[in-house]
Design a protein around this ligand. Structure first.
Ligand SMILES: Cc1cc2nc3c(=O)[nH]c(=O)nc-3n(C[C@H](O)[C@H](O)[C@H](O)COP(=O)(O)O)c2cc1C
Length: 187
């Protein structure tokens, strides 16, 4: 099964893994509360957490966490039976990953990703309830399990990596790119 977005994945998690798989939480604070509950639930193999009505933010500006925190959720995301024991899951993924074929991109005029665009002086990343995940984090990390796409200015080579992104101001982010990462080399 392929998912076109996170909402579909969350629906499938409830359908396939059970009603208790997604837990909705209203009224949590971005300031350590979301991070703390996420960490506690992660340690105990708890449900996917869907935070809404985050303190100081309008309803619908949601944060989801722990969505890949169990082997079953990984299996679901990768299209493998979540009923397999852990080691079998790993073997199934090893087999499947050998058969993966990259799909060439198709250019289209628009898509869901273009529905909400902020440009120039309208950019305001502080509109989003990015959590302070841990007390000693240097700020609020809006990007933790996302994809950063970079292009090498000299060769044109395009790379993708996950590098944590911290909000510094309404139009400025820092990326934590470890030394041997391609993104860092390009920078
Ligand atoms: C959830 C997640 C978070 C990650 N966070 C970081 C990060 O903050 N900084 C970093 O350098 N690598 C991070 N990584 C690892 C890199 O994304 C990974 O090594 C990737 O292969 C880097 O691509 P590159 O080698 O082409 O630069 C993370 C990986 C995952 C799965």
């Amino acid at each position: 099964m392929a998912f076109t977005d996170l909402r579909e994945f969350l629906d499938a998690a409830v359908r396939t893994l059970g009603e208790g798989e997604v837990r909705k939480i209203d009224g949590a604070s971005w300031d350590s509360e979301i991070g703390c509950v996420t960490e506690m639930m992660a340690e105990h193999g708890g449900p996917i957490l869907l935070f809404d009505r985050i303190t100081g933010y309008p309803a619908g500006f949601r944060v989801v966490s722990n969505f890949l925190m169990t082997p079953q959720r990984h299996a679901l995301a990768l299209g493998i039976s979540p009923d397999l024991p852990r080691l079998e899951l790993l073997r199934a993924w090893k087999e499947r990953s050998k058969q993966l074929k990259p799909i060439p991109p198709t250019k289209v005029k628009d898509g869901p990703v273009t529905r909400n665009v902020m440009e120039g002086s309208a950019i305001d990343i502080e509109r989003f309830p990015a959590p302070q995940w841990h007390k000693q984090d240097g700020g609020r990390y809006i990007g933790t399990g996302h994809m950063v796409i970079t292009r090498d200015p000299d060769t044109g080579w395009v790379n993708m990596g996950t590098y944590r992104a911290c909000i510094k101001s309404k139009d400025r982010l820092t990326l934590w790119m470890i030394e041997d990462r391609h993104g860092r080399e390009m920078a």
